[in-house]
Structures are given as structure tokens and as C-alpha cells.
Design a protein around this ligand. Sequence first.
Ligand SMILES: [Zn+2]
Length: 336
Amino acid sequence: MSSQIGFVFCCSLLTTHWSLAPCATMEDNVPPRLGLKIDVDTLEGFRQGIPALLEILAARGIRTSFFVALGPDNSGRAVFRVFRQQGFLEKMWRTRAPALYGLRTMFYGTLLPAPLIGQGAGEILVSLAAAGHEVGLHGYDHVHWHDHLLSMSREEVTRELAQAQDLFRPLLGQAARAFAAPGWQCSAVQRAVLAAGGFLYGSDTRGYAPYFPRFGEQINPVLEIPTTLPTLDELLGFNGCRPEDFTALVLGRLAKADLPQVLTVHAEVEGGPLRQEFANLLDRCREQGVEFFRLEDWARELLREPEKIPAATVRQGRLPGRAGRVSCQGPLEAKP
Ligand SMILES: [Zn+2]
């Protein structure tokens, strides 16, 4: 229980000061473990980011988890968040978004038609699976989900999932069993759809330890493996944070955590202009003896003893360097 309290405390620190290290302790003989959750949001991420990441990962013998959005690339519509979301303009400016995402991508769905990412994606998806990586879904229309999930009906969410599976299934020969919510936007309705769809686990929230998500009186039966670390695009430039500072932060967290950590990576960013910085981070992790794992494997490990997995409430919160609100894990509930 003390380590649980430690994680709750650390998580609350993380939401205000990115540079503060967590306070949990790790047994010396257990190597730190890191799960890379690679989100692919855009056509650019698919065509340029995935091949670059495959090369970086193969060179280091790392297998990981990719989550792909296969519907229309409406990235241009995200630009309109500037009028609605506190912090979005600041983030666009700080991260030099046009350089990170490419000018073309920034007009998809507005001045340029939205291309369907899943069309012609077969070869790339097959190459991911063939290299031993896990492939899960990152929604259908990423921008639509990000902006509207919390008001979407069960029918709408079911349609988004079905459209994504209809593109996924023929390409990989089976339905996806892992889901990562676009923009960490998670709802009771969406989790119920995951449960009905037979998903093994979701990675929809920001938090500190695996759990079953509670919404009011209801506890969702699908395991949630949250992203535990901040992302590079959130912290770059925030309080003067450089890529090497980010790497130091990740290593510090890994060294002190008593649970495996999950880092979300964006194919458009770490597989794009920041690929060298990402490769450096992986090299530093390997020097420190960090073991990499696929989220699917950890999910199977945890689900061997589901009675040991606690519940926690999901609530909307803000994170340093990220515009708008995301779904966050609340305190763990003690087992009866
Ligand atoms: Zn995404």
C-alpha cells in the first residue's frame, strides 16, 4: 500500500513540476522496465514516421507497441483548437508544430481534403507485425475523437471502432485487441464499447499504475495500462527543457520507479524531426540496463491475477505542456 500512496503522490507532483523525480523506490536487482507506446496519428506519421522508427528499433533489438489511427487525417482541423483550448497556441509556438508535423499535414481536412490513412497502409502494417511489434488501434478519426469523445453516444463510439476494425481486420487478418484513445480522451461509454468489443486492454489515460477504470458506481472490466511518463512534445521547450533534459527525466523516473513505466511516443515527432533525439534516449536507456516490453505482454502477465488489479476513478485534468484536458487516473482504491 505504501508504494501505491507513493505513486499517487508522485503523479500529483508530475502535474505541476515536470522536473521533480518520483519518490517510489526500486529493488536493486530488478532491471527498470519501459514500455514504448507509439501513437500514429497522421498520414505523415504512417508513411515517414513508422519506417524511421522501425529502423531505429530494429537496430537496437527493441519490440514495442504501435497504435494506429486508420481513418481520415483531419489534422488541419486541430488548428481550430486554438480558438477553443487554453494553451494550444502556446504549445504550437513552443514546439514549432509546422516543423514537427509538416505544413501539408496542418491543412488536411480544411484547405486540403482529408486522406484516408488506412488506404494503402497494408504493407506498412504487415511490416510492423512481421518485426514482432504489437499493433493496436488509435481510433478512426483522431481529431474527431480528440475533440468530441466526451459528448459522443454509444452508437457513435461503436461506429468509430467498427470503422477502424473494418480497415484493420483485412490488413492484419484479425481484429485489434488493444486500444489507445486519441488525445487520452476516455469515457464510460467508450470503455463499455471496448468491453463489448472483446478488447484485452486499453491505454487511454495518464496515470501511474495499471487499474480497472471506475466511472461513478461502475467499474469497467477492461484493464487500463496508463501512460506514466510525460511526452517529449509536451516538455520540449517547457521551462527550457532540452531533449537531453527529457532523457535525464525518463532515466530518473525509471531508476526510482517500482513498477514498469510507459512512455508515449508520436510517430510524427520521434519518427520525424526528433528521431535522432529519440535514438539517443533509447541508447541511454540501454546503457542503464533498461528492458523494453510490449504492452500486450504486460497486460497478459497482469491478467493472470485480475483480483490483484485495483480500481481507480477516471477524471479530466491538465498536464504541463499539454493543451486542454486529458483523462487521468485518480487514487487507487484499496482492495476489500
Ligand atoms: Zn494520437
